[in-house]
Design a protein. Structure first.
Length: 337
C-alpha cells in the first residue's frame, strides 16, 4: 500500500459491539490490530476468552492484542479507528497525550454532541487538526459485517481522494462493498439522524401498532432529514445514499439488532426513560442523545421537524407517548413535501 503499510498497524478505540466487530474484521484483513477497552470487565473477558460480552457468537480468533491503557494502545499505530460513543468521545480524546501527525483516523461512531452540536469528524478534527480523517457509515450491524455470508455495503467519506481510495480498498471485501464520498460532514450527519427515527419506530412497535406505521416514519423521517440537509448544505446524493436512506431503512425495520429501536420499543411497552437507560446498561442508544442535539439545531434554524419534536418531548419533557402520537397525526393537513 502507499499511504498505509502493507500490514497496517491499527488501534480500535472502544470495545463495544461495533468496535470489537471492526477489530475482528480488520484482523481478518491481515492488519495488526490492537483493541483498546474502556471497561476493565470487557478487557478481562476479551483477553482471557477472546470473546466480547456484547457480541456473542464471534471469536477474536487469537489475532488481536487487548489494552486498557489508552496511550499504550495507540503507540505505533498508523491507523486509528474510533468507535467510542459520542457522549464520551471528547473526554477520551483529551486523554491522548500524543498522536503522530501521520496517523490516519477513521471514525465509525454515530451521533451529534449535545453540548456543541458537532459531528464526530468535527470533534476529532478540533482535537487533532493535523490528522487526516475519514468516516465510515451506512446500513450495517456488527453481525452482518462479520458474517461472510451476507452482502453489506457502507459509505466511506474522506476529503483526501487518494487516502479515500486506499481506505476503500482496505475495508472492501467480497461481502463488504465500500462506496467512496467526499461529503465527510454529510455522511456523519446522516448516521446520527437516522437513530431518532429508529427510536420512534421502536416506540410504535412497543405499543403494538401495525407495521404500516414504520413506512410512514421512514418516509416522513426522510423528509425531515431533507430539510436539515438543505439547511446544513448536505448533498442530496448523501441523503439518498447508503449513509442516509439506506441506514434509515435498516434501523427502522430492524427486528432485534438496533439499540435505538430496542430503546424505543421498551418505551412503547410502558417503561420510563430512566428505566430503559438503566436496563440498557453499557449499551448506548445514540438516538437518545442525538434527539436533543437535533432538536436544538432545528430551533436555531427554525426548521419544522414534527417527529423529532415528538421524540424530544417524550424523552426529555415526560410527554405521554400516546398523547405525542395523537398530536403527530392530528396536525393541520398539508401537501406532501
Amino acid at each position: 500500500m502507499g499511504i498505509l503499510d502493507s500490514t497496517p498497524r491499527v488501534t480500535v478505540l472502544g470495545s463495544g459491539r461495533w468496535g470489537t466487530a471492526m477489530a475482528i474484521f480488520l484482523s481478518r484483513r491481515d492488519c495488526k490490530v490492537t483493541l483498546q477497552c474502556h471497561l476493565e470487565s470487557e478487557y478481562k473477558q476479551l483477553s482471557s476468552k477472546g470473546r466480547a460480552p456484547n457480541l456473542p457468537g464471534f471469536d477474536c480468533e487469537g489475532k488481536i492484542t487487548f489494552k486498557l491503557d489508552l496511550n499504550e494502545a495507540i503507540a505505533g499505530a498508523n491507523l486509528l479507528v474510533i468507535s467510542t460513543p459520542v457522549p464520551f468521545l471528547r473526554s477520551v480524546l483529551k486523554q491522548i497525550t500524543y498522536l503522530d501527525p501521520s496517523t490516519i483516523i477513521v471514525t465509525i461512531n454515530k451521533g451529534i454532541e449535545r453540548e456543541t452540536l458537532q459531528t464526530v469528524p468535527e470533534i476529532v478534527a478540533e482535537q487533532f487538526p493535523k490528522q487526516r480523517i475519514a468516516h465510515l457509515g451506512g446500513p450495517c450491524f456488527p453481525e452482518g459485517l462479520l458474517s461472510n455470508t451476507t452482502p453489506v455495503a457502507e459509505t466511506l467519506a474522506c476529503k483526501d481522494k487518494e487516502l479515500g481510495i486506499e481506505l476503500q480498498k482496505l475495508f472492501s471485501t467480497k461481502f463488504f462493498r465500500v462506496y467512496l464520498s467526499s461529503d465527510l460532514k454529510g455522511v456523519a450527519i446522516m448516521g446520527a439522524l437516522k437513530n431518532i427515527y429508529a427510536l420512534v419506530a421502536g416506540i410504535t412497535d412497543g405499543m403494538g401498532m401495525f407495521e404500516e406505521v414504520v413506512s410512514v416514519i421512514v418516509t416522513r423521517g426522510l423528509s425531515e432529514m431533507k430539510r436539515l440537509c438543505q439547511m446544513m448544505n448536505v448533498s442530496t446524493d448523501t441523503l439518498y445514499g447508503l449513509s442516509g436512506l439506506g441506514d434509515l431503512v435498516l434501523t427502522c425495520y430492524s427486528q432485534k439488532s438496533s439499540h435505538n429501536k430496542n430503546f424505543g420499543r421498551m418505551l412503547g411497552q410502558g417503561k420510563t426513560v430512566n428505566e430503559v437507560l438503566a436496563e440498557m446498561g453499557n449499551s448506548i442508544a445514540e438516538g437518545y442523545f442525538t434527539t436533543k442535539a437535533v432538536w436544538e439545531i432545528s430551533k436555531q434554524g427554525n426548521i419544522d421537524l414534527p417527529i423529532c419534536r415528538t421524540a424530544y418531548q417524550v424523552l426529555y419533557e415526560e410527554k405521554p407517548i400516546k398523547e405525542g402520537m395523537l398530536e403527530l397525526m392530528n396536525r393541520p393537513l398539508k401537501v406532501e413535501d
